[in-house]
Design a protein around this ligand. Structure first.
Ligand SMILES: Cc1cc2nc3c(=O)[nH]c(=O)nc-3n(C[C@H](O)[C@H](O)[C@H](O)COP(=O)(O)OP(=O)(O)OC[C@H]3O[C@@H](n4cnc5c(N)ncnc54)[C@H](O)[C@@H]3O)c2cc1C
Ligand SMILES: *[C@@H]1O[C@H](CO)[C@@H](O)[C@H](O)[C@H]1NC(C)=O
Ligand SMILES: *[C@@H]1O[C@H](CO)[C@@H](O)[C@H](O)[C@H]1NC(C)=O
Ligand SMILES: *[C@@H]1O[C@H](CO)[C@@H](O)[C@H](O)[C@H]1NC(C)=O
Ligand SMILES: *[C@@H]1O[C@H](CO)[C@@H](O)[C@H](O)[C@H]1NC(C)=O
Length: 491
């Protein structure tokens, strides 16, 4: 991990040193940014290149998702968000909205126009009476868990450190608590939304059922969310953490994972198993990493024994609080990277073997192109996770079949090989899709999870039968297509 971090940290310095010398003219600030600066209140601020807040405002988890914007706007009130939307709409200036900045596609929360960074929306307010929490759209889940932990409650949120509340919740949200309560979208009771026309509204099932439906998977198509109200659930300590398994023990671990997928029915138990090495690679020895989770301080017997019996190089698994659990998993921030996904019905031993082979095959193919890691995350949820919510949501368009989002994550250093990594991911996804079909899994109509999907993914592949209705709602809410100035999947 140390080696990877150092490399990622040095790269910008190298690039900087070889860049042409800066000119000595005073910077010409973008007129749209200056206009925004003029109208916003003191709750908000505009930052220009060279400022520390500019740098953090445009920063993304995957360095390939970074773009240099003309300025960074940190709005501090819904009213100022509305003012910014009015100005970018008037000048037809491209813009981006960033929550936690974990988008794996460039241009989804980055721009060469005006970067809106939501970091000032950072409050967590727990309401014990309604069993809900109001959560600012600029937060990452780590902060939300830390704030709620004191009340012995939690929310259906992110599974590893650093992920933003906003994009996660606006795209779906597969959580450690999903087996028990559904996706994050299933637990949203209200949105505070700045609509493209500048109106600030609380959107819930009663006030605007169509928009409420559309926001549950529809990302930034309908305006800018400033606050989410989520259901809370009792939580008094969890059990689990991180494991790293060396190549020689992959067979034993794969058998244990297959056994977990086939036999564990306790909805409080879950795992993520990665074929490929998370944060510890660069040598491309085949390896696995995984995260074990139980919602309670002590898992009952009969769930994790086989996984725990596998020899590990690193293991940090214990009874702990959610914050400590989140810290146990290492992060890969800073590399170039992309996500891809295949809907799967069952992680059978034979399909796991195909995936294991894909990981070693592409690991060796791409090592010479500066691969940082090649990983395939097995996320074995229970088949009934979509039945917790009787209401329709934009994503998933299908709720009667338990499609599981297999996550492909490739990361690398040199930008010149972006296309090679993209092509490899597409090819590998096809191999896995065909293998699942060949063993009789009917995944033809399985929707792709928008938060894992490549940028060229057609809307119908993610939102299925909901696409027409989402187009209609979009036209009503945003007739001038202001939100079309921001990137991402567009209705
Ligand atoms: C390390 C890592 C782990 C992950 N783990 C999981 C996981 O366990 N489960 C899961 O389901 N997904 C997971 N994901 C995927 C994750 O859900 C998406 O990357 C998600 O979009 C991140 O949200 P963000 O706020 O950090 O992203 P951002 O890049 O800030 O935003 C993503 C999208 O949301 C839009 N958006 C952001 N804020 C707003 C707003 N206030 N109003 C309107 N639109 C907005 C952006 O414009 C952009 O289109 C993971 C991703 C990474 C990189
Ligand atoms: C942004 O600008 C900096 C400084 O000019 C440059 O080094 C960097 O490569 C640019 N980044 C992108 C993604 O264009
Ligand atoms: C949370 O749980 C702990 C341990 O079970 C208990 O000591 C504490 O009083 C609880 N806090 C609240 C706010 O209920
Ligand atoms: C969570 O656990 C960590 C590490 O044991 C501890 O430092 C922290 O205070 C705990 N948080 C809460 C809210 O109890
Ligand atoms: C491993 O995967 C590669 C690439 O998809 C494929 O060409 C090869 O036949 C596979 N090997 C086995 C043993 O399945």
């Amino acid at each position: 991990m140390a080696r990877l971090t150092v490399l990622a940290a040095l790269l910008p310095l190298v690039l900087h040193a070889t860049a042409t010398a800066p000119s000595h003219q005073p910077p010409q600030h973008d007129p749209v940014c200056l206009q925004i600066q003029k109208v916003i209140s003191r709750a908000s601020a505009v930052y220009f290149p060279g400022d520390e807040r500019y740098a953090s405002g445009i920063a993304h988890w995957a360095s390939s998702s970074n773009e240099n914007s003309t300025c960074v706007v940190e709005p501090g009130s819904s009213k100022d968000v509305a003012a910014v939307l009015r100005i970018v709409g008037q000048y037809k200036t491209p813009f981006a909205v960033k929550g936690g900045g974990h988008a794996s596609n460039v241009g989804f929360s980055s721009t060469t126009g005006v970067q809106i960074a939501m970091s000032r929306f950072s409050d967590v307010e727990y309401n014990a009476h309604s069993q809900t929490a109001e959560i600012g759209a600029g937060l990452i889940w780590d902060d939300v868990y830390a704030a709620l932990e004191a009340h012995n409650v939690s929310v259906v949120g992110g599974r590893v450190s650093g992920v933003g509340v906003a994009g996660f919740t606006l795209g779906g949200g597969y959580s450690w608590l999903t087996n028990q309560h559904g996706l994050t979208v299933d637990t949203v009771v209200a949105y505070e939304l700045v609509k493209p026309n500048g109106q600030v509204e609380v959107v819930n099932k009663a006030t605007d059922p169509a928009l409420f439906f559309a926001l549950k998977g529809g990302f930034n198509n309908f305006g800018i969310v400033t606050k989410f109200t989520l259901k809370t659930f009792p939580m008094t300590g969890v059990w689990g953490g991180f494991q790293f398994v060396a190549g020689s023990d992959i067979a034993q671990n794969t058998a244990a994972v297959a056994d977990f997928c086939a036999n564990v029915k306790d909805p409080k138990a879950n795992i993520i198993s990665n074929f490929g090495c998370h944060a510890y690679c660069f040598t491309f020895q085949p390896a696995m990493t995984q995260i074990l989770f139980y919602d309670g301080p002590n898992p009952p017997a009969g769930i994790f024994e086989k996984l725990l019996a596998v020899p590990t190089v690193i293991a940090d698994v214990s009874s702990r609080n959610m914050s400590s659990f989140m810290k146990s998993v290492p992060d890969n921030a800073g590399l170039r990277g992309a996500f891809h996904t295949v809907p799967i019905l069952k992680f059978t031993p034979s399909l796991l073997n195909v995936i294991a082979n894909e990981s070693t095959f592409w690991g060796s193919q791409l090592a010479s192109k500066g691969a940082g890691l090649i990983s395939y995350a097995i996320e074995p949820f229970q088949p009934d996770i979509y039945k917790h919510n009787p209401d329709k949501t934009a994503y998933p368009p299908v709720r009667d079949v338990g499609y599981l989002p297999l996550n492909l994550y490739f990361a690398w250093v040199p930008a010149e090989f972006d296309d090679d990594f993209h092509a490899a991911m597409v090819a590998s996804g096809d191999v896995i899709r065909k293998a699942a079909l060949a063993e009789g899994q009917d995944i033809t109509n399985g929707p792709l999870y928008p938060n894992y999907a490549l940028p060229e993914t057609p809307l119908s592949a993610m939102y299925g039968k909901n696409v027409a209705e989402l187009h209609r709602i979009k036209k009503t809410v945003d007739p001038k297509n202001v939100m079309g100035l921001a990137g991402g999947f567009k209705f």
